[in-house]
Design a protein. Sequence first.
Length: 454
Amino acid sequence: MYGDDGTIPLRDRLPGNIKADVAIVGAGYTGLWTAYELLRSDPGLKVVLLEARFAGYGPSGRNGGAVISQLVGSREFWTKRGGVAGAIAMERAVQAGVDEIGAVIEREQIDAKFAKAGVLMVARTPLEARSFRESVTEDREYGFDPDDTVYLDREQAAERIRVAGLLGAKYNSHSASHDPARLVRGLAEVVERLGGTIYEQTRVQSIAPHRAVTEHGTVEARYVIRATEAYTRWLDGHERQIVPVHTTMIATEPIPESSWEEIGWYNRETVLAEHPFLHLQRTHDHRITIGGDDPRVPYYSGSKTSFDKEPPRELQQHYYRQLMKLFPSLHGVKIAHAWAGVFGAPRDWAPSVGVDHKTGLGWGGGYVGEGVVPSNMAGRTLRDLILQQDTEMTALPWVRRHPRNWEPEPLRTVGAQVIFRGRVLGEANEERSGKPSRLLQVANRVAGFSGHLG
C-alpha cells in the first residue's frame, strides 16, 4: 500500500556532471526493471537512475496492487501492428510477465506480499454477463483454454466471492496481488546491490542524444532511457507526448474474519467490476483497497499534476459508496487511508517501447493504468534493445515508433471534458438500460481508446 509519511530516507542528489553507459530518467517500475535486467545481463555496465522525488513516488508505489495479465490496446489494435500471431504473442508475454515478477520477488527475497490467485471480473448486469461470456468465447478462438480463462455462472462465482447482485464472473488465472510500495522499494535496493546508482531529489529538465540535463548536473551516456510515464510533460519538448490522468484510492481498516466469511472472499483474487469501473484487492493485512474511474474529469489543463494532498472527501465517499454497493454487509467499516495518483495516457491509448541507437534515446511506457506487468516486460525489452539482441521481446509489436502527440491546449482540455463526461454518461446509460451505449462508443473513439488485451 502506498505510504509517504515523510519518513522515507532519501538518497543523495546527483553530485555534478558524470558519465555512464545507461542513464534512466525515472525510478519507478519501468526504470527499475530496466536497470535490474541490464545489470543482471552485464554487471560491468554503469547504470544510473535519475529521480525527481524518490524511487516509487509515482504510480509504481501507489497503484492498486493488481499484477494482472492485461494490456491496453485491443486484440484488433495489436493485430493491425503485428498480425494475429503478434497479438497472441503480446498476450502470452503479459501472462508470462505475472510469473516473471513472482520469480524475481522470490529470487531476490523481496517481501512484496505477492500472491497469485487470479482475477475475477464480476458481472452485475445481464449486459456485463453477456460481454464476459462472449469474451471467453473469443479467448478460445485465439487459442486460450480454460486453464487461462473461464466464465463462472452465479453459483460458481459465489464460491469465490459474494457480491451483491452477482450474476457471474470471468476468471483469469494469470493475475496476482502485491504491495506496490514494498516491491518498488525492494527492487530499488536490489538494483543498488547489483551495482546501479539511484540519484533522488534530481529532476531531469531535458534529454538529448546521449545526454540528460538535470538541475544538479549533466549525465552523458551511451543510452538515455525515458521512463517517466505520467511525468513526461516536465521534460522540455515532451509536453504533449503523454497526458496524466488522475485517480483515487481508499483502503479500509482491517476487516474481521467473520466479515470475510460473510462475503466469501477467501483468497486474494483481484476483483474488477464495471459501471463504473472499479478494482479491488484483499490486502495481506486483511483490508480492502478500492479505486477506479473517478466521477470527475481526471485531467487538469496543461497536463498539470496535483495529488500530494489527501483526496477530497467527496471522492473518498464515492468509492466508499461503491464498496457498500458491492458488499452491503460491510456497512460501518471505516476508511483508514486514502491517496491519489496519476497514470499516463499516450494519444493512441496503448504502450510502446523503443530505442534509437543513433541518438541513444529510448523509452518505455504509455500503460494507461495497467503498468505493473507491462513495466516488467518493458524492462526486459529495453534490455534486449540496448544490448542489440534479437529476442522474443524485441519482436513484440509494441516495439514501434512513438505515438503521435496529443493536441495542443486548449483543445486537449476541451477534449478531455468531452471524453470523460461522455464515458461517465455512457456507462450510466448502460447500467440503466442494459444495452451497449452509443455515447460510450463515441467517447472511446474520440479518445482513441480501443480496449484491452487480456
